[in-house]
Design a binder for this molecule. Sequence first.
Ligand code: DOR
Length: 425
Amino acid sequence: MDLLIQGVDIFDPVADRLLKKQDIKILDGIIREVGEDLQEEGLPTCQAPGSYVFPGLVDVHVHFRDPGQTHKEDLMSGSQAALAGGFSQVICMANTAPAIDSPQRVEAFYKKAQASPIDLHTVAGLTKNLKGQELTDLEGLAQAGAVGFSDDGFPLADPSLLYEAMVRARALDLPISLHEEDPAFIGKPGVNAGPVAQDLNHPGASSLAEEVLIARDGAMALDTGCKLDIQHLSTRLGAQLVKFYRDQGAQIVAEVTPHHFSLTEESLLEWGSLAKVNPPIRREEDRQALVQGLKDGSLSLIASDHAPHTLDEKAYPLTHAPSGMVGLETALALGHTLLVLGGHLSMMDLVKKMSLNPARFYKLDLPSLEPGQRANLCLFDPKKTWTIGPETFKGKSQNSPFMGYKVTGQVQGVFTKNHWHEINL
Ligand code: DOR
């Protein structure tokens, strides 16, 4: 596929450079030329003066529910949600039904994923059936293409099992990603233990649930040298612990989700179960600590934790409704609006946290935006103000507490796998 994109600012975190007012010529899926006033007769042309181009984004934490709950999402609908949000690579979680916990299931995933318009990757379960009892065949799973290991959705209670997993994952040079919520400190999940939970008469999930596990597992990551990804970080002390272990030399990163950097527990009062998520959205001081960590660089990944559920299930009473919210379609616009326009991050920093840093940590290929490279890019209008609504969601589910939220910055297209997907052009 050929394409000429004209008049854009190029944010290239791989080459670490920003080029203003450039044209990009793509021939047969390869960037051939970058420069000013490029012309070529007969090329499909996209004039986008003032727009930004950066690498197709990378989300290390999505739930595509395939197999098992494909009425909520499947690999193809999830890929459409990803494209709508500017992503060209995602890592799927293993909490499917059945769980992705054997080399055969990893192989089946990649076979199906070939038909996707984007690059789909998967982690594999760390323990069999994500039950926390017995480790999976980490070596066989790596061989089959798993890019890491996770029981996401469930914490790993047994430290000796996790220690053994870390030693083996270290030998494979693959990350372990952990859902850090100790059930000992959870009355009922999805709502922060505090005044809002009390108002709602919901025995909530305490910050301690996260903090104690990060403290424990960071120490083991330091000892083993294993790459550790703390999933969907939600607490101030958790953020400080991640920074502490990084400063000690541990290979530890943490994901910050758009809902955790933009909302507080009060959103439960407005949105009810649409704002119910594990770990829960917490206090303003926690939110600010996450923003601060993104700003000082100690928190280096933004991930959506795209978790589709039906609106029927979300309409159950708060204690029974499932936890989670969709996020792929809105993550970039929320990051741009709240973090970049909010004065906390530069655009280059946001792009790094949504492409280069996650790709590096999980060893995914992320080409630069230079001539000779495979074209893998997102076109983004930084000035467009729009309102998140039901039509925003291109996956199968719409469970979002951001409905009606006004944001600035919109994806216009994604070029990946030798194909140009026009999105809001
Ligand atoms: O709220 C959540 N929902 N947190 C998770 O970790 C899992 C996810 C899901 O699968 O729905």
